[in-house]
Design a protein around this ligand. Sequence first.
Ligand code: PLP
Length: 457
Amino acid sequence: MHVPGHKAGEGLPDDFASHARYLARLDATELPGLDDLHAPRGAILHAEQLAARAWGSDCTFFLVGGSTAGNLAALLATLRPGDQVLVPRNAHQSVWHGLKLARAQAIVVTPEPAPYGVPGAVPPERIARALEEFPHISVIVVVSPTYHGITSDLPAIVRLGHANNIPVIVDEAHGAHLSFHPQLPISGVQAGADIVVQSAHKMLPALTQTALLHLNGTRVDPDRLRDWLRVVQSSSPSYLLLASLDCARAELAADGLQRIGKAMMRLGAAAGRLEAVVPGLVNAGVDSGRQDPFKWTIATALLGMSGFEAERVLRERFGIFAELVHENHVLFAWSYASSQRDVDMVFQALCTLAEEDRTERFRLPETSEIPANWTSEAVLIDAQEAGPRAVMTIPLRAAVGKRMAVSLTPYPPGIPCVLEGETLSLSVCEMVLAMLDQGVRVDGVAGSEEPAVRCWE
Ligand SMILES: Cc1ncc(COP(=O)(O)O)c(C=O)c1O
């Protein structure tokens, strides 16, 4: 006589039951013996300890609210209102939301542009300069790997932070696999970062919303962290998700090196053969030591197509769905669970497209995709400043030159191209209109006929 209301799957609606009856048996609640995620003493504590051992951290927390919950709790546990935190401009919206909740001041640094204009690594020198210019920075946030799988020099950044006794938080949402193979770029955990947040569901065979937060050293109080995790996550965490997370952990611990190694060979062989067919098609121009081989950025101009056209053709003709699409590329996200059949299918599709003669070849636009309001200097953005004030909803075009009451965030990758409180520039406005035109979802844009946004009066 206890929740959930589907009663061990027996009461699920028929449509859903045919898919979910067996899984629903795992959808339990905090019964005696099943422990409590928010104050673990039994099975969950044991599973978290095994995860800490597998990833090499001092202590690991299971999350059921994605890296979003991990980033929010990490920032809330390390910042007080008015604190300054160093953040890369390409941080995911969950980081900006965390800063807003923590009422912190962001010192924003711009990553280096990688090929195709995507955000790349943040050079340690840029972080060192910002620390000199803003000596009160009390937390450093790094996004590594980026959505496109580009990693930063984490050991150098962690050394910089620790030399100043500043905790380093690594948003490693895309890097839960990195600790398990020596030929992959180094993970934040191995680099000694204080907090490392990973989405298990992105790069491991685990269910959506599963994630991990790893803690190292003594700069961050684990009790304060646990308290904030309780604030930002449900009081009824899903045991289905916890089971999925623990099973992924068990598989990696037992067999991760071998499984990841095999997948890297499959992908490496296919990427090598593609290089012979279309030089520069996959991950061109990124130092291979810094590039996660499980992410492929495909330069679609070399196939005579824009990214948008390639995404549509791959989907409609070959049944291949890309992770992300942009004007000049598509992104594929692999994992160690990707089969040889899938790798062959993508290889064949790309070879077919390369062979086709397109008379009207797509030309790369000359503009950079990094929005013009990203500067190479460290700039201060005050999350508190955007607090309550009069707001109006107006057409997107009319908002150029006005300060935004809402961030505009293309999804994926979930990186705001203009932040709440920033002034909307013409170039960002045009970039957003072009994306909307191509059917890209941009969070923060309202209006069914004409795109509209909320800005300060
Ligand atoms: C860099 C980065 N951090 C955090 C997140 C949030 O992860 P989740 O979807 O697991 O909440 C994402 C999601 O896309 C991301 O790309």
